[in-house]
Design a protein around this ligand. Structure first.
Ligand code: SF4
Length: 184
């Protein structure tokens, strides 16, 4: 199985979720959010097709990373390989964040037609959901660009069967700034 990536894997990111993370930049997105910062990732024919085996090997050889972050583009446009990557990351002890322009509610709806969307949720620690909305842009937000986007604690959301947001309390932000390891 292959996946289309916009760029090579990027290790040691501290801005794409809690801790030190490796970002997987997927290629392809049709949400067309005005003022998107990554327009080069929109073309579904762009980027480079990569075999999942290569990605698994890279993940297996990572050092000092807390987790991976699936970003793009929108990873949910390549749901089959994205599920496999998330599954592998969890298997080797990495936590998994995923950014998407779809809302959590929409992901559930899509899951009725394609259960792979629901399967993905089982491997996610955090879903950052929703399109970037320039009118709601706020530079003070943690790990997202506009206030409509939510940091969703996926395991708790599945457990409680209602959306559980990670509180953007001073405590969480201070812990993050102090580089404590925060596992969701
Ligand atoms: S979902 Fe993300 S990549 Fe897609 S258009 Fe919106 S901001 Fe850009």
């Amino acid at each position: 199985m292959t996946i289309r990536l916009a760029a090579p894997l990027q290790s040691d990111s501290v801005v794409d979720g809690f801790g030190i993370r490796t970002v997987i930049w997927t290629q392809g997105c049709s949400h067309d959010c005005p003022f998107c910062q990554n327009p080069q990732t929109h073309n579904f024919e762009g980027g480079e097709e990569v075999d999942l085996k290569e990605i698994f090997t890279e993940l297996d050889n990572l050092h000092n990373q807390d987790g991976i972050t699936l970003s793009g583009g929108d990873p949910l446009f390549q749901i089959e390989p994205v599920v496999e990557i998330a599954k592998h990351a969890k298997k080797i002890g990495l936590n998994v964040w995923c950014y998407t322009g779809f809302t959590y509610e929409k992901v559930l709806e899509m899951g009725k037609k394609n259960p792979k969307y629901l399967e993905l949720l089982n491997y996610l620690d955090v879903l950052v959901d929703g399109r970037f909305e320039i009118a709601k842009k706020d530079l003070n937000l943690l790990f997202r660009g506009s206030s409509n986007q939510r940091l969703i604690n996926v395991p708790e959301t599945l457990k409680q069967n209602k959306i559980v947001i990670i509180p953007e309390s001073d405590g969480i932000i201070e812990s993050f700034k102090n580089k404590d390891k925060l596992y969701i």
